[in-house]
Design a protein around this ligand. Sequence first.
Ligand SMILES: Nc1ncnc2c1ncn2[C@@H]1O[C@H](COP(=O)(O)OP(=O)(O)OP(=O)(O)O)[C@@H](O)[C@H]1O
Ligand SMILES: [Mg+2]
Length: 248
Amino acid sequence: MNGEVIMLCSGKGGTGKSTVSVLLGAGLAARGKKVLLVELDSGLRSVDIIAGVYGRTVYDIEDVLTGRCEGDKAVVESPLYRGLHVISAPYEGGRVEPAPLAALCTVMRPCFDFVLLDTAAGMGAPFTAAAACAQKALLVLTPDPVALRDGRIVADRLIENGKVQGALRLVLNRVTRQSFGRGSAVYDLDECIDTVGIQLLAVIPESPALQQAAAAGAAVPATDPAAGAAAAMTARLLGERVPLTVPR
Ligand SMILES: Nc1ncnc2c1ncn2[C@@H]1O[C@H](COP(=O)(O)OP(=O)(O)OP(=O)(O)O)[C@@H](O)[C@H]1O
Ligand SMILES: [Mg+2]
């Protein structure tokens, strides 16, 4: 095994990076892959709840990056999605430095098929550190002009810093029927793709059931349209030629 390191980023906050990280991690785990999801958003942790590991963590990523414990001590398997392993962010403080994160990825890659790095909003320390170790980046954006414009800035920054365009993929999240059309701020999917300038990987619909499940630390119902879209995202990431939605 020599796991692929994939970062999830956005620019604008609250676009669904953490939610999509868990959906993707769960999807890959359901396909038999061993996945490590590392949340790098110090002080604003949420992956622990979404993945159902809240209250089960003893050590967090700050403990690992500052050398207080070995990486494997902080890894907790999700009880909701078997095969998905999580290192949580600390409740407060802690700066993510590139060198210790790179060292963690080097130690973890032989043990996992995928290492997902859920970054914080903006292009601060977690973004920079993750970009230095990730082979691919997923830009998780909502279909609104501000998120898309910020996404373009993030994509440009990643390319300036050496990523090839083909290593970047767009995940549009929280899409509804009202997202597009003449009366909407964004006309269609093509406008999203053109604005950000990278290929589309997935379209995840707005889903009250997903939001409720994430808040409650419960599994997303398999019949939910967001679960179908997440399965398609997973298959497409694995290189399969499938449409954006898989009927459930
Ligand atoms: N497809 C979706 N349908 C409905 N709600 C969603 C969807 N995706 C995310 N959400 C909700 O949007 C909110 C923000 O999601 P999340 O925490 O994953 O965003 P984030 O990009 O990680 O935020 P931050 O920038 O603060 O790290 C949460 O309440 C989450 O449940
Ligand atoms: Mg987050």
